[in-house]
Write a protein that binds this ligand. Structure first.
Ligand code: DON
Length: 322
């Protein structure tokens, strides 16, 4: 990094100007009110609505953070993107997509419905994510599967903070009637792979993945790994294979922001994934990964400040794909 910097060869050459502009956007978004912190489990309902963090990591490892960038939060649905990338790197995209489609559903993220092939619409909604979780090292024990995924997340994050919130996991499982109903419906439609694990275990693993924790800083590195073709910018380790890396970005672009994905693609034009904890990642391919975190959510379930930050950023920089 230092040698590159001395040669004035960095991916964002005028780094200080860039940082100043981003800082301005961060402060512009800070006073935004509106939206509601998720209420369905106490661990999320207790999140402070004033928390607001942004972190950026470029594909050559330049980094900057603003606000609450080192406070842990749980991944929730942001995990869906990484779980898919990890699985497709392991068993191949074609094997994954024999179980899960790639079309936006146009429905709520937890709706009990399948596509016209009787498969979940895509890996970014609950149905698809539950199938993806059940495919992850499906013949391993529950404990080995958990260790495996934790290790993969840490690789993606360049060994920065990845944790697990057991209280969130227990609460998720206690309030999971919808996910149980969805899973039994999928079982009836023969959506699950044949594995040694029960529906209860499939869901336990899904809830555990939702309850993994990171910070804006560690998630920005994970997003930067996706921006960098699957190679972690901090360690140079290959974490995601080339095709799955491209595929997950395509899916994030079309399905990553729930029922707001079309509008987000229109206005911001970048692959993104949000979660109910108020977290959100955006990937600018070949340039940088960004993580935003602010708990109040809009009606679609996306972080209010995070979405606004992206819109402001697009006004300042030509990051929109088109
Ligand atoms: O499965 C659930 O209901 C949640 N744990 C999903 C998480 C999520 O982020 C969906 N969100 N907006």
């Amino acid at each position: 990094l230092l040698a590159q910097a001395l040669r004035n060869n960095m991916i964002v050459p005028s780094w200080h100007e860039f940082v100043n502009e981003v800082q301005e956007i961060y402060h512009k978004c800070k006073p935004i009110q509106g939206g509601q912190v998720a209420q369905y489990i106490p661990q999320l309902a207790r999140q402070d609505p004033e928390k607001w963090g942004v972190s950026i990591c470029t594909v050559d490892g330049q980094r900057i953070s603003f606000g609450d960038a080192t406070t842990p939060f749980c991944f929730q649905s942001v995990s869906k993107a990484f779980n898919y990338a990890i699985l497709a790197s392991d068993i191949g995209a074609d094997a994954v997509h024999s179980f899960v489609g790639q079309e936006p559903s146009g429905r709520f993220f937890n709706e009990i419905c399948l596509d016209r092939n009787n498969k979940p619409h895509n890996p970014m909604v609950n149905s698809g994510a539950i199938i993806v979780s059940s495919l992850l090292k499906s013949d391993w024990s529950m404990s080995d599967r958990f260790d495996y995924i934790l290790n993969e997340y840490k690789k993606l994050a360049g060994q920065e903070f990845i944790g697990f919130n057991n209280a969130t996991f227990l609460s998720e499982r206690d309030t999971a009637d919808r996910n149980f109903a969805l899973s039994y419906f999928m079982k009836e439609c023969k959506c699950f792979p044949e594995t040694r694990h029960s529906i209860r275990e499939a869901l336990d693993f899904y809830f555990q993945l939702c309850s993994l924790e990171g910070t804006c800083e560690s998630l920005a590195v994970m997003a930067a790994t996706l921006a960098n073709g699957g190679v972690c910018p901090l360690t140079s380790e290959k974490c995601v294979q080339g095709r799955p890396c491209r595929d997950v970005l395509s899916l994030m672009y079309s399905c990553g922001m729930y029922d707001y994905s079309g509008q987000f693609a229109f206005q911001v034009g970048l692959p993104a994934k949000s979660g109910v904890s108020g977290s959100m990642i955006v990937v600018i391919p070949n340039l940088m990964g960004i993580c935003m975190w602010s708990p109040p959510l809009d009606k679609m379930g996306n972080t209010v400040r995070g979405v606004e930050f992206c819109k402001e950023m697009i006004k300042k920089f030509k990051f929109h794909n088109y």
